[in-house]
Ligand binder design. Structure first.
Ligand code: NAD
Length: 440
C-alpha cells in the first residue's frame, strides 16, 4: 500500500519503517529539514535499538523515502498518517496546532480519496477537528473529494518500539466508516497473523483509550511511589511489598516499580491533557490529579535524600550522575527526572558529572552553556573525584558495578539509587552507604 507518514519523530519514523518492512511503499514527511537531511544521508536522528539497520534495509529496498515536500507527500499515500507532536499547551491541554496544520496540508493538496489517520495522541474530539480542517481546505479550493478520518493511537514504547509495532498487543482503530475499516484491516493484516488484534470502535472511544492506558500506567507508578515513601516511614521494604502484591494475578508485576518519578514524552503530558479534557467536560479526575501531584513531588525525592546526608548547601560538592534519559534504551530526555535532579543540585551550588550511554548529546543541548555539568563517556569517570553517586536511569550496564572501586573513588562513599537497582546488602558490604526508594 502507498503510505505517507506526516511527522518523522519517534512514532512517525518507527511506524513508517515498520510499515515499509512488511512491503509497503512509505514516504515520510517532516517540516524539520535537518531531520530529513540526516535521514536522506543514511543517518538516524534518534536512538532506538535496531532502528538504524531497519531504516537502511528498507531505504536500500526502495520502500522507504523521506521528504520535506508537502505536495509530493500528500500525492503519495492513500493513507496519510498524522504522527506529529502534541505537546502540552500552557494550561496542560494538548496543543493541536501541528495536527491541524498537517490535516490542512492534506486538504490543500489531495486530488483523490484519502484515509487520514490520527496516530498522534490526541484528545477526544480531535478527529472532528481534523475532519473540519480537511473540509475547510477542500471548500476553499471548491473541491468535493471523499476522505475518511480514523483514530489509530500508537502504543509503542521507546526502547522497544520496533518489537511493539511489529507485534502489537492490540491495534485500536476508531472509525465507523466501512471503507476506512477495510483499508485499515488490509494495512494491519501482516501484523496480526497469529491472532486478531484489531479492535474496531467509534472514534471517541479510540481517542480516549490511548489516554486511559497511559493514565492507568502512570497511576500504578505514583501509587507505588507513595507506598515507597510510606514504607520508609514505617520501616518496611517496598521491594518485598511489590513482590507480595505483584504475585496476585489481579494486580500483576508490571509498572509496580517505585523510583524517582515517571518522565518521558507521554505520561506527564497525557496525564495533564486528560485532566484538562475532563475539566472541559465539567468533570474532575481526582485520582489523576493526585497521580500528577505525587509524581511532581517524587522527582525531588533523590535531592532530599542527598541533602539529608550532605546538608542543604551543596557548594563545593560534585555529584556523579548515572543516567540522563527518562528510561533505558532511549536518548529521550523529555520530562526526565534527571532534569529536575540536575536543576535542584545546581541550585544548591553543586557540580554534576554525568554519564549516560546515549543521551549525553541531548543533555548537552538542553543544558547548553551550563558550565557546572561535565559529561563523561564512562560510568567510573563520573564517579572519579565525586562526592556521592546518584542513579536515575536503570541502564543494564549499571546493574552490577564494581562497588569496591566506587567506594574507593567517592569522597563520601554513598549511592543514592533512584531505581532500586541493588540488593542493599551488596553495596553496604563494600563499605558504601546505600539510599534507595522505600527500602530499609
Ligand atoms: N514517543 C513515544 O513513545 C510515543 C508513543 C505513543 C504515542 N506517541 C504520540 O505520538 C505523537 C508523536 O510523538 P513523537 O514522540 O514521535 O514526537 P516527535 O517530536 O519525536 O516527532 C514529531 C515530528 O513531527 C514533525 N512535525 C510537526 N509538524 C509537522 C507538520 N505539519 N508536517 C510534518 N511534520 C511535522 C516534527 O518536526 C517532529 O519531527 C505524539 O502525539 C505522542 O504523544 C508518542
Amino acid at each position: 500500500m502507498k503510505i505517507t507518514v506526516i511527522g518523522t519523530g519517534y512514532v512517525g519514523l518507527v511506524s513508517g519503517t515498520c510499515l515499509a518492512d512488511v512491503g509497503n511503499d512509505v514516504l515520510c514527511l517532516d517540516v524539520d529539514a535537518e531531520k530529513i537531511r540526516i535521514l536522506k544521508e543514511g543517518g538516524i536522528p534518534i536512538f532506538e535499538p535496531g532502528l538504524d539497520a531497519m531504516v537502511k534495509a528498507n531505504v536500500d529496498a526502495g520502500r522507504l523515502r523521506f521528504t520535506t515536500d508537502v505536495e509530493e507527500a500528500v500525492a503519495h499515500g492513500l493513507l496519510q498518517f498524522i504522527a506529529v507532536g502534541t505537546p502540552p499547551d500552557e494550561d496542560g491541554s494538548a496543543d493541536l496546532q501541528y495536527v491541524v496544520a498537517a490535516a490542512r496540508n492534506v486538504g490543500r493538496f489531495m486530488t483523490g480519496y484519502k484515509v487520514v489517520v490520527d496516530k498522534s495522541t490526541v484528545p477526544v474530539g480531535t478527529a472532528d477537528k481534523v475532519q473540519a480542517a480537511l473540509a475547510e481546505e477542500l471548500a476553499a479550493r471548491g473541491e468535493s473529494i471523499d476522505y475518511s478520518v480514523v483514530s489509530n493511537p500508537e502504543f509503542l514504547k521507546e526502547g522497544a518500539a520496533l518489537e511493539d509495532f511489529m507485534k502489537p498487543d492490540r491495534i485500536v482503530v476508531g472509525t465507523e466508516d466501512p471503507r476506512a475499516i477495510d483499508v485499515m484491516r488490509e494495512l494491519y493484516a501482516p501484523f496480526q497473523r497469529n491472532h486478531e488484534r484489531l479492535l474496531v470502535m467509534d472514534v471517541r472511544s479510540a481517542e480516549l483509550t490511548k489516554y486511559a492506558a497511559n493514565a492507568m500506567l502512570a497511576t500504578r507508578i505514583s501509587f507505588m511511589n507513595e507506598l515507597a515513601n510510606l514504607s520508609e516511614r514505617l520501616g518496611a521494604d517496598i521491594e518485598l511489598v511489590r513482590k507480595g502484591i505483584g504475585s496476585d494475578p489481579r494486580i500483576g508485576f508490571d509498572f509496580l516499580y517505585p523510583g524517582a518519578g515517571y518522565g518521558g514524552s507521554c505520561f506527564p503530558k497525557d496525564v495533564q491533557a486528560l485532566i484538562r479534557t475532563a475539566h472541559a467536560a465539567g468533570h474532575d479526575l481526582k485520582v489523576l490529579q493526585a497521580v500528577e501531584d505525587a509524581n511532581d513531588a517524587q522527582k525531588s525525592v533523590l535531592t532530599q535524600k542527598i541533602v539529608k546526608r550532605l546538608g542543604e548547601d551543596l557548594s563545593g560538592k560534585t555529584i556523579a550522575l548515572w543516567g540522563l534519559a527518562f528510561k533505558p534504551n532511549t536518548d529521550d530526555m523529555r520530562e526526565a527526572p534527571s532534569r529536575v535532579l540536575i536543576a535542584d543540585l545546581l541550585a544548591r551550588g553543586a557540580r554534576v558529572r554525568a554519564y549516560d550511554p546515549v543521551a549525553s548529546h541531548e543533555a548537552q543541548r538542553i543544558f547548553a552553556g551550563e558550565t557546572r555539568i561535565d559529561f563523561v563517556d564512562k560510568p567510573m569517570l563520573a564517579v572519579q573525584g565525586a562526592d556521592v553517586l546518584a542513579i536515575v536511569t536503570e541502564w543494564k550496564e549499571f546493574r552490577a558495578p564494581d562497588f569496591p572501586a566506587i567506594k574507593a573513588l567517592l569522597k563520601t562513599p554513598a549511592i543514592f539509587d533512584g531505581r532500586n537497582l541493588y540488593d542493599p546488602a551488596v553495596p553496604r558490604r563494600a563499605g558504601l552507604e546505600y539510599f534507595a526508594i522505600g527500602r530499609l
